[in-house]
Every structure is written in structure tokens, then in C-alpha cells.
Design a protein around this ligand. Structure first.
Ligand SMILES: [Zn+2]
Length: 296
């Protein structure tokens, strides 16, 4: 992968912890507005990393309003080649207990009011998404997961819902029938945009509780329930940080044989010659490699 810098996008929980880790923040302008926050550049385990807390400092963006395009663009701008993302989820399966980690391998995208492509004017591009997460990153995270002292599931289907409300019980039961393992609100369009930006991307889901398909044991009050969820999130966050730290050196050293870095090669349908100057400039950070390759 030869990732000179590894991006970490932290969701609820991890994002807040990452903000306290320190580092140097850099201001980045993007054609899609401001990212959730200026990326923080730091060094972990001898590896250069860039952090973005997905919901912004102080959790100001709810899942529908996260500036996903600006975040991925900003990561690419600071030299990131591979992104390890995390996000809080509900579990749809009994064996995936709160506090475990899931290195997802599939997604069902139910979101409907988010900009999900960089190529919304002037250029038509259709990237391949049958494997929405980078197989190399997933394998390296799974390997790192073998050496940590907690439960890591090496695959799982992430159902991405719009939110911000949670599911009804009927929906939750349906998501189980669809084959969902965890449900969250942020993996999409992040994974799609990372593919369009030719970045490797993996998602570590942090189950904080069982989704509402499963009745709660006893009848805890809402305060007790919230406390339990926060406790599970904190535990999963600690586990995710341990897993990410452990995986960084091998991700940084690995060869990028996964194909994510050439995702646009067969995907762009628009003739370069018909692009306006404005669109050419706008898309150059994503498409210059592709244009150069065609000329070679
Ligand atoms: Zn990859």
C-alpha cells in the first residue's frame, strides 16, 4: 500500500479520544466546503497519521450533515492513501456483543439524503463497489486483531441507515433478515467516496448495544440504559484504539496490491476533451493520475 500517511476517521467515541491525542492541525480548503474539522497530523507508532473526528469537535454534525465529501477530500489533500474509520453501531446478531469490534466486509446502504459522489457535475464516473472495503486493509486489521485481548469479528455486514432516529422493531427484524450484522449511520457515503478518491478504506464497527430486535433483559430505566451504552462505547473505543495502533506499522509497510489506488481507471466515462476548464481544475486532484495514465 505504501501509505505515506494513514487517515483515521473516528466516529462517536473514538473521535473524541483522538482529539485529546494532540498533534498539529492543518487548515484544508476543499471544493466541497469545510471538513468536520481541520485534520490533525500526528505520529503514532512511528507512522504518520491524520485524524478527523467525523462529527466535529464537540459533536456538532449529526450523521446526515457530516461533510463526508470534504472529509475524504481533505484526507487525500494531506497525503493519506489509506483510511481506517470507526463508528458506533447497534448489534443485529447475538454473537456480536456490545464492546466487541467488527471489521466489516459488506454494506447495505439505506441512506437517501446525502451527497454520495464527487462527480456530480461535468464528469460521469461509475466505480466498482462489489467489495466496498479494501481487502488488504481488512486482512491487516484482522491480523492485528489476532493479537489483541478482546473479541474481533473479521467480517460483518453493516446496514447504514439515514437516522438520526433509531429503527422501529419491525425494521430491526427486517435488517436481521437481510443479513445485517451491525447497524449504524455513517459508513456511507464515506466508503463510496474513499473509493472514488482511490483511497483504501476499512470500517471498524463498535457495537454499543443490541439493536431493538432484542428485548432488554429486565426493565432498566433510561438512565441505566444510557450508562450501559456509554460504558460499552468507551470499552469498544479503547479496543479500537489498541487494534488501530497495532495495525499501523504493517499498514504503512504493506504493498498496495489491492487495486483501490486505480479505482478510477475504468470508471470515468467522460471524454477529457469535453471538460470545461472549471471542471478540469476542480477534478484534477482526483483525475490527473487517470488522465496521465491514458496519455502514457
Ligand atoms: Zn486498498
Amino acid at each position: 500500500m505504501s501509505a505515506t500517511r494513514i487517515g483515521i476517521i473516528g466516529g462517536t467515541g473514538l473521535g473524541n479520544v483522538l482529539l485529546k491525542e494532540g498533534g498539529e492541525s492543518v487548515h484544508v480548503e476543499t471544493p466541497f466546503g469545510q471538513p468536520s474539522m481541520d485534520p490533525i497530523l500526528a505520529n503514532w507508532e512511528g507512522v504518520d497519521v491524520a485524524f478527523i473526528a467525523r462529527h466535529g469537535a464537540g459533536n456538532i454534525y449529526h450523521p446526515s450533515n457530516v461533510p463526508y465529501r470534504a472529509n475524504i477530500w481533505a484526507m487525500k489533500s494531506v497525503g493519506v492513501r489509506a483510511i481506517v474509520a470507526s463508528g458506533a453501531t447497534g448489534s443485529l446478531q447475538e454473537p456480536i456483543a456490545p464492546g466487541h469490534l467488527v471489521i466489516c466486509d459488506q454494506v447495505i446502504d439505506k441512506t437517501f439524503r446525502r451527497a454520495s459522489t464527487f462527480f456530480d457535475e461535468g464528469v460521469v464516473a461509475h466505480v466498482e463497489l462489489s467489495e466496498p472495503f479494501c481487502p488488504t486493509l481488512r486482512a491487516l486489521l484482522s491480523e492485528a486483531g489476532d493479537g489483541v485481548n478482546h473479541d474481533v469479528h473479521n467480517k460483518g455486514t453493516y446496514i447504514c441507515m439515514e437516522g438520526p432516529q433509531f429503527s422501529t422493531r419491525a425494521e430491526s427484524l427486517m435488517h436481521r433478515q437481510w443479513g445485517g450484522d451491525v447497524i449504524g449511520m455513517t459508513c456511507m457515503p464515506e466508503a463510496k467516496l474513499a473509493r472514488e478518491a482511490e483511497l483504501c478504506y476499512a470500517m471498524i464497527a463498535l457495537p454499543t448495544d443490541y439493536d431493538c430486535w432484542r428485548p432488554h433483559e429486565g426493565s432498566p430505566g433510561s438512565d441505566a440504559l444510557l450508562k450501559e451504552i456509554i460504558g460499552n462505547l468507551n470499552r469498544a473505543t479503547e479496543h479500537a484504539i489498541a487494534l488501530i495502533r497495532r495495525s499501523l506499522p504493517s499498514i504503512a509497510e504493506s504493498n498496495r496490491s489491492c487495486g483501490c489506488g486505480e479505482a478510477l481507471t475504468l470508471a470515468v466515462w467522460t471524454d477529457e476533451k469535453v471538460l470545461s476548464r472549471e471542471h478540469r481544475e476542480r477534478y484534477a486532484p482526483l483525475l490527473q493520475r487517470h488522465w496521465n495514465a491514458k496519455k502514457a
